[in-house]
Design a protein. Structure first.
Length: 367
């Protein structure tokens, strides 16, 4: 178990390509931190620098109280689980899981004890003598996890470990990793491009873009209080609705004017939004904060708009409505009972207490 600290860590490849740009992170002992972002954002490179598989161009990495910039990967006392499992095809499950311990010259009885213990935890004891080709994708992933567990490292690093699995198996393995974390009580750093994995697994989420950290916070803070438009749009499914418009003031009230519709801001926002009067901004509103007026007992006309329902997408427990205001398209997530008629206008209520506003130039959050 260990704290891990990154201080102004950068990675620059030949030709001046900066993959990671002055990343500062602190991962606490026993914390589960998830690095998330689109392909090419620098999350895997950051993980590989922590593991010692990539050289650092600038900055410092500490594991516990030890500076590890020049420490080889094998001496950092961490275990990494890769996307492609990286199992030896000619070895059995037991041999794959015990290989690292044999290299470190552990006694035979200790190797057997550790492998059996890990196999029991992961539910793969019955397949201990099989080879990787005889295993399913989920079983291979468990073996890769077991190989990491037997070493009892200071920290576990995961590089998109579930991306090769089908949707159902991903959910199952996500649960297994969560249980494993609770049982092992050690430090986890997990890289993914899947924001659902990030939200469900992480104590903290680090959202990255273009090699830079955009925001680092707990999942609900990331979701409810994104620091900029990129974070707001990347985290959440379906993605947040982003609507361009202008802030205007009428009779001491502030409104967001989209062009086809106008909605009133809640008074608590007036002080922050006042400097943007007459300026173009972007409004963000989550799909679950848009309601069909038929199912709202009290709806002010000042936060009700009219839009055409173009597609109704039932998903069992909920329904997605794909809407068009005449200028913008957006999505509402409503209850399963709500099935409006397609290609007909409907009245929608916007929960204006939940909206986000972003500066059009900087894309930073205003509210």
């Amino acid at each position: 178990m260990a704290q891990i600290s990154l201080r102004d860590v950068s990675k620059v490849y030949k030709g001046g390509v900066k993959a990671v740009d002055k990343v500062n992170l602190g991962i606490e002992n026993k914390e589960f931190m998830v690095l998330v972002g689109p392909s090419g954002c620098g999350k895997s490179t950051t993980l590989r620098m922590i593991a010692g598989l990539e050289e650092i161009s600038e900055g410092k990495i500490w594991i516990g109280d030890r500076l590890v910039n020049n420490v080889p990967a094998k001496d950092r006392d961490i275990a990494m689980v890769f996307q492609n499992y990286a199992l030896y095809p000619h070895m059995t499950v037991f041999e794959n899981m015990s290989f690292g311990l044999k290299l470190r010259r552990y006694p035979k009885h200790e190797i057997i004890r550790r492998v059996n213990e890990a196999a029991e935890i992961l539910g793969i004891k019955k397949m201990i003598n099989r080879r990787p080709r005889q295993l399913s994708g989920g079983e291979r992933q468990r073996v890769a996890l077991g190989r990491a567990i037997v070493r009892k490292p200071l920290a576990f690093l995961f590089d998109e470990p579930l991306s090769n699995l089908d949707a159902k198996l991903r959910v199952q393995m996500r649960t297994e990793i969560h249980k494993l974390r609770l049982r092992l009580q050690t430090t986890f750093i997990y890289v993914t491009h899947d924001q659902t994995e990030a939200m469900t697994l992480g104590d903290k989420i680090v959202v990255m873009k273009d090699g830079k950290v955009q925001q680092c916070a707990d999942p609900m803070t990331i979701y409810d209080k994104p620091t900029n438009k990129f974070v707001a749009s990347f985290i959440g499914s379906p993605p947040i609705n982003l609507i361009e418009g202008r802030i205007i003031k009428r009779e001491r009230k502030y409104y967001f004017d989209e062009g086809k519709f106008r909605v009133k801001l809640v008074e608590e926002m007036y002080g922050v939004i006042a400097p943007y009067e007459g300026k173009d901004v972007t409004m963000g509103l989550r799909a679950e904060d848009i309601y069909d007026k038929l199912f709202v007992s009290e709806a002010s006309p000042e936060n009700t708009i009219r839009a055409a329902c173009e597609v109704v997408e039932p998903l069992g427990s909920e329904v997605y409505l794909y809407l068009n205001s005449g200028k913008h398209q957006f999505i509402a997530r409503v209850g399963a009972h709500n099935r409006p008629e397609v290609n007909r206008d409907m009245d929608l209520v916007l929960d204006m207490s939940k909206v986000h506003f972003f500066d059009r130039e900087t894309e930073n959050t205003i509210i």
